[in-house]
Design a protein around this ligand. Structure first.
Ligand code: COI
Length: 350
């Protein structure tokens, strides 16, 4: 690994605004590593800069791209620490295989993430809910319009000091009945840009309706709940926690898995099953379903206060930010911020 002197200088001269928002302020450094002729080159830490791409570059035409979202914490200066980084590494290479891209070696991924985090340590915001959002990604960089996998790639890591992804209370969610996010045999379990691009149309309609998020249903039956655009879904029904079982069309969320483990360790029953939207609506109407929430690296846990049809019909969830949602959010964030004992050994101190 090579750390350029100019990268050290860039981080020394960086000044961070007090209000950072989400993904708007970037550390002035980035990690890059090129894959060419079947081999990975040297990892470099360099000043953050624009990329120069040829207009025929394959990622621009065929979307051969993958990414991860992970966070480093430095709550009240007790870090820096990462949360389950190995899981992000494994999922990154799962996505790479699906998208016909080379796997990134563990050493390159870990060195890139750790070095960017350590160099940026003084710019990890220290208040609760804040963190350094780390974005590893890989793009196809071969230059020609042939529709076959690229033979050249660029792996990069950039990082952004962030507040919480969604600052305002709880989500109002549109039940997306027109479009689907993923289909069996598709790329729903890969974290690739196309899945997010395909969800944007729904996001625009959602916003026009004054709502915040879309809830995607299965392409096979148009009934089973899958996930939100970039987050997994949970509901508390009769005091038990329900979430859609993982299928080949749902992203295997690391926050999702962590919440299931936390809930079970507290003696709560967690049921992973096929969840019909019709049943959920009935359970909301009859107050059997008392809480709904979404979870993801960026969003942590965000409560869902209501589900909506495009026609205007709405179903209000009994509790806007209920006790189970609160307990799970506090425990997860507590582990991440090292104020709650990490009985699972999820936290990696740098
Ligand atoms: C994440 O939670 O890291 C995501 O990928 C969601 C979104 C910001 C794309």
């Amino acid at each position: 690994m090579k750390v350029l002197a100019s990268a050290k200088e860039a981080i020394e001269n960086f000044s961070m605004p007090d209000k950072v928002g989400f993904g708007k302020v970037l550390l002035p450094i980035m990690a890059t590593c090129e894959f060419k002729r079947g081999e990975w080159g040297e990892l470099e830490i360099r000043p953050y800069a624009k990329l120069e791409l040829d207009p025929t570059c394959k990622v621009l035409h065929y979307g051969q791209e993958i990414f991860e979202g992970m966070k480093a914490y430095n709550y009240k200066g007790n870090g820096p620490n990462l949360f389950r980084p190995l899981e992000n590494f494994k999922r990154f290479n799962h996505s790479a295989r699906r998208m016909a891209m080379p796997e990134v070696p563990n050493e390159i991924f870990v060195n890139a993430v750790n070095t960017i985090t350590k160099m940026g340590e003084n710019f990890i915001p220290k208040r609760s809910g804040e963190s350094l959002y780390i974005r590893p990604f890989m793009i196809a960089t071969e230059n020609n319009l042939g529709i076959k996998p690229s033979e050249e790639f660029l792996f990069m890591v950039i990082a952004s000091p962030v507040e919480s992804y969604f600052s305002g209370g709880s989500y109002k969610v549109l039940i997306e009945r027109q479009m689907v996010r993923a289909c069996p045999g598709g790329m729903g379990t890969a974290k690739t840009g196309g899945n997010y691009a395909g969800a944007l149309n729904s996001g625009v309609r959602t916003q026009k309706l004054g709502l915040h998020q879309s809830l995607w249903l299965s392409a096979s039956d148009r009934k089973s709940i899958e996930e939100l655009s970039g987050m997994n879904f949970f509901a508390v029904i009769d005091g038990e926690i329900h979430t859609p079982e993982l299928t080949e069309t749902i992203l295997d969320g690391i926050t999702r898995r962590s919440l299931i483990d936390i809930a079970r360790s507290k003696g709560l029953k967690v049921i992973e099953r096929k969840m019909s939207i019709d049943d959920l609506i009935e359970d909301i109407k009859s107050n059997k379903c008392t809480e709904c929430f979404s979870c993801g690296t960026a969003a942590i846990i965000t409560p869902i206060c209501s589900l909506h049809e495009e026609s205007g019909e709405r179903y209000n969830v009994k509790e806007e930010f209920g006790p189970t949602t609160k307990m799970l959010r506090e425990t997860l964030l507590g582990i991440q911020e090292q104020t709650v004992e990490d009985q699972f050994n999820w936290v990696v101190k740098l």
